[in-house]
Design a protein around this ligand. Structure first.
Ligand code: SF4
Length: 369
């Protein structure tokens, strides 16, 4: 067994594992997995053919996955089997060294920010959300409150804490960019203000490219403020693209109309640059592939990078039993999307920071090659 596979077989295995998840013979191998929180929850980072991706390990689907990873071999790889037959091999990124540190006041760095993918430091600055307070408003896929309730993170990461952890992550673990997301506070800026103060503090400590992620703020002047504070790229995430699916899956957030997103994208692209504004679209929630591709075409025309990822049903959320999209569904979506992006010259690799650049939650960038 070798870890080297042709690019096509590697990306095939990635899309299979991202859809089905994987059972691990040794759940403690590599960096710890995450349960709950924003971003790739219930996943674990694994490296396939040199590419680090996030693969579900704690979801109900993963427990029934036909894929299983054996115990680590002496060469540091783990054989992946489908229904018992060896089909590939994976490695596990080692536990980051900054996880062993804590702040002077005793907060473990790991509760302030975590490693995503291979080289991304990720934090949720505010671990609560105005939309998470009520069952009728919460985004059905979100688990932002779960990791807080379990004591795995803290409610509010201060600018000083973020700067301290970012410096350590760069020094000790070679982190190359940072994602700062936030729950939405009950203020009109929708989180832009706390992203500004957080980014300014990090940039004063270490020269790390940063992606900020928030809902469209009430006033477009925030885009200039975010950039001037040190945010290099901006994510404003649609999640779902058709009004019916938005209303069903994220009843609170759907109160921000799609037109506000388009206006915000149009205002943000001149500030951050073409391809430096992005949106996250979850495939498999009910939007038809044609609807996602039509939305992507419109976004690409505006210079916005549409990062389309397979939906992962996170345990403990209202959608925990919702099926993940099949690998065939994702390939049928990502192949034409990758061609569109390539033709437009809007490549993940050219993004300065953030999810598109990381690419660990979707195999989209492999379809741009
Ligand atoms: S794509 Fe984004 S959410 Fe996924 S691991 Fe990378 S930085 Fe985290």
């Amino acid at each position: 067994m070798t870890t080297t596979a042709s690019p096509s077989s590697a990306s095939l295995l990635i899309s299979e594992l991202q859809s089905f998840g994987i059972r691990l013979a040794d759940p403690r191998a590599g960096a710890p997995s995450r349960r709950g929180g924003a971003g790739p929850s219930d996943h674990k980072a694994v490296t396939i053919d040199g590419r680090t991706v996030m693969v579900p390990v704690h979801t109900a689907g993963a427990f029934d996955s036909p894929y299983q990873a054996d115990h680590l071999g002496a060469d540091g790889t783990s054989v992946v089997r489908r229904d018992g037959l060896a089909v590939g091999a994976i490695r596990f990124p080692r536990q980051p060294r900054f996880y062993g540190l804590q702040t002077l006041d005793g907060v473990p760095y790991q509760k302030i920010a975590v490693l995503h993918g291979a080289d991304v430091l990720a934090t949720t600055v505010l671990q609560s959300c105005v939309r998470y307070q009520s069952r009728t408003k919460t985004c059905q896929f979100c688990s932002i409150g779960q990791s807080l309730a379990a004591g795995r993170t803290i409610l509010r990461k201060t600018p000083e804490q973020l700067a301290e952890v970012a410096r350590a992550a760069v020094l000790l673990d070679g982190v190359r960019h940072m994602v700062m997301t936030t729950g939405t506070p009950p203020t009109p800026d929708r989180g832009a203000a706390i992203l500004c103060e957080s980014a300014a503090a990090v940039k004063a400590a270490v020269d790390l490219p940063i992606q900020g992620q928030c809902e469209p703020p009430d006033d477009d002047v925030w885009f200039t403020r975010l950039r001037d504070a040190g945010i290099d790229t901006l994510g404003m995430h649609l999640e779902a693209v058709t009004p019916e699916i938005r209303a069903r899956i994220m009843p609170g957030k759907a109160s921000v109309p799609l037109e506000r997103y388009f206006d915000a994208f149009a205002a943000a692209v001149p500030v951050f640059g073409r391809g430096q504004v992005s949106t996250y679209i979850l495939a498999g929630l009910g939007d038809a592939p044609d609807a996602i591709l039509a939305m992507a075409e419109r976004l690409i025309g505006m210079g916005v990078y549409p990062f389309v990822v397979p939906f992962v049903p996170v345990s403990g959320t209202p959608l925990e039993d919702h099926p993940a999209p099949s690998p065939a569904f994702m390939r049928a979506l990502l192949a034409p999307l990758g061609a569109m992006l390539k033709q437009a010259g809007l490549r993940a690799a050219d993004s300065k920071a953030g999810c598109g650049k990381c690419g660990a939650c979707s195999s989209l960038s492999t379809f741009e090659e």
